[in-house]
Design a protein around this ligand. Sequence first.
Ligand SMILES: Cc1ncc(COP(=O)(O)O)c(C=O)c1O
Length: 405
Amino acid sequence: MNAVDPVITRHDLFMTRNYPRYAITMVEGRGCVLTDTAGRKYLDLFSGFGAGILGHCHDDLVAAATKQINKLWHVGNLLHTEPQTRLAEEISAKGFKGRSFFCHSGSDANEAAFKLARLYGQGRRYKIIATLGSFHGRGFAAMMATGQDKVRTGFAPFLEGFEHVPYNDIKAVARAIDDQTAAIIVEPIQGEGGVNVPDADYLSELRRLCDEQEILLIVDEVWTGCGRTGRWFAYQESGIEPDIMTLGKAVGCGLALGVMCAHPRVADQFDSSVYGGVPHATTLGGNCIATAVAARMFEVIERDGLLKRAATLGESIMTRLREFGDKTGLIKQVRGRGLFIGVELASEGAWFDKAADVVNRCLESGLLIGSAQTHVLRLAPPMIVTDEQVDQGLTQLEQILQGGA
Ligand SMILES: Cc1ncc(COP(=O)(O)O)c(C=O)c1O
């Protein structure tokens, strides 16, 4: 690590210091390998919080970006562009025949979803039910939906109309619904909350409840979408369709892109002719380069059979870690789906206290993984990770958990 790296010194002078960054500056990425200023290599099994779904500088994405960069960047959303339409078509075909609104981040996408839900509720129904432990972003509404108080500290006064219920508790949702409820927002698998996988019937029960009560089901697929769990979208595991789906992270493959995709019946409320003006907008939403790359990402995942690969590779990673946990007692639980994996650590008697201790040690030895909450490690490798890289990373992680380097 290089504490006197001028990039870091200048960062401290010229950038807000809101991120508790490591003293490492990355200069290059290729596949699942990053290189820092000192030329040191890191195996990336976290994909930059899930965004690098096809790794770094994937040839097909570089080609798609380059082609688009040389052709057209931005025209404003009063004109049509082919990459936007193509991406919307991909999302509709892979998902539930919805219509897409493009923005820049997962938080943005959720803000759009809440505005659409309020329009759909026609002033009578405006409340959003969300779950404890959830994460939906940092915008003023997304922050309110997030089921973790720490994201709101210092930001009062708050936007009204958000209520939280325990995750994976259908009865609690039923109790929370009243005649002002517009929607429930839920992650198919909670990410920042600790990779919490709900019961197999949770989403289908939520769907049933939403239908009965005529409220909207919003699935936040910002972490789970675009193939990470072995399906295009994680809700598909439950055999249901949401009314609204939000995407971020992986959909842009590392470029700034968020998507709010709604069933046409609901999306109609965002129709400028229905609303009588522009109900929601953002200047750069769906810019040509990000959407061209995103559309290509869907094609590459399909062409290379990466959904199946994510499902089977994820199973084998989880099996190996469970066996390691049984042998060593260092792991309480391994959970997840596909390449979205949480490892709850057992710290009693171990050298580490928190998951962050392990993440730090991994980084020192050239392995990038993440953590969630206090005791959960997160693995979310790019879908192009090789068997050898997985073996290398897991061997390194197992050694580190046992106190080695
Ligand atoms: C499930 C979920 N939704 C929304 C967000 C917010 O996305 P962004 O950071 O792109 O605003 C996140 C970010 O981690 C997330 O995990």
